[in-house]
Design a protein around this ligand. Structure first.
Ligand code: GDP
Ligand code: MG
Length: 240
């Protein structure tokens, strides 16, 4: 999101700016970029497939972005909110249950990938190592992967398990961007604090995209901007 959340104003979407927007450090998007984001997500978006083994991956013939984060951080809710499709990604109260990579197809031009959550303390060891194997090989070797959006619960901030993933992405030179979630759940002063702390973390990480996104799927905060960011990645002409 931008520091003004003006996307909601400009395109007449129901995403009214709220005062949490005033704290963001993300760049201003032009109204054309916000419109690109809106149009991209107004297109046909469908669930494609669930992947439990890497040999089931679809051909890497279009750009992909993926959403990663601890179990329960709000990945599925964010995908539902971004796509305006309730329930396209299963949102659940049972952390640690999803063990597959879920693929969504945005109008044949972009894939969104919901990665399995990590950091769930009660997950059995075997499923942790499955997660690690599957996700690591995916993240390291996936052609067309434009960016990983790494979701951080704004109430908890960056945890050790998030740092482990960042380390791996730094090593593999895969660009990632931090996205604070559930900002409706915290007060403005706490949000400022977690934004400052998170920005400091970003500054130390070689492969981290410098701008922090701030979102609430519940209140639809920051979604116009996240769509705009994704549209710049989807539409950029880069070799796959
Ligand atoms: N208040 C609030 N709750 C949220 C938000 N996003 C997700 N949640 C809740 O957090 C829980 C986990 O969300 P989910 O999307 O399933 O997380 P995932 O495990 O990362 O896919 C669910 O109970 C959601 O309703 C948000 O923006 N605000
Ligand atoms: Mg989920």
């Amino acid at each position: 999101m931008t520091s003004t959340g003006k996307g909601g104003d400009q395109n007449g979407s129901p995403e009214a700016p709220d005062d949490q927007n005033a704290l963001a450090t993300a760049p201003e998007f032009t109204s054309a970029q916000i419109e690109d984001g809106r149009l991209l997500f107004a297109r046909d978006i469908t669930f494609m497939l669930s992947v439990v083994n890497l040999d089931q991956l679809p051909p890497p013939d279009r750009p992909e972005i993926c959403f990663a984060g601890r179990s329960n951080v709000g990945k599925s809710s964010l995908i539902n909110a971004l796509t305006n499709r309730k329930g396209i990604a299963r949102a659940s109260n049972t952390p640690g249950r999803t063990r597959e990579l879920n693929y969504f197809n945005v109008d044949e031009r972009l894939n969104l990938v919901d990665l399995p959550g990590y950091g769930y303390a009660r997950a059995p060891k075997s499923s942790i190592s499955n997660w690690t194997r599957l996700t690591r090989s995916f993240l390291r070797g996936r052609a067309g992967l434009r960016r990983v959006f790494l979701l951080i619960d704004s109430r908890h901030g960056v945890k050790d398990s998030d740092l482990e993933l960042m380390e791996m992405l730094d090593d593999a030179a895969v660009t990632y961007q931090l996205v604070l979630t559930k900002v409706d759940k915290i007060k403005k002063a706490e949000l400022e604090k977690v934004m400052r702390r998170t920005s400091r973390t970003i500054g130390k990480r070689p492969a981290a995209h410098p701008e922090l996104m701030v979102t609430s799927s519940e209140k639809k905060t920051g979604l116009d901007d996240l769509r705009a960011e994704i549209a710049t990645l989807a539409l950029a002409r880069q070799p796959l």
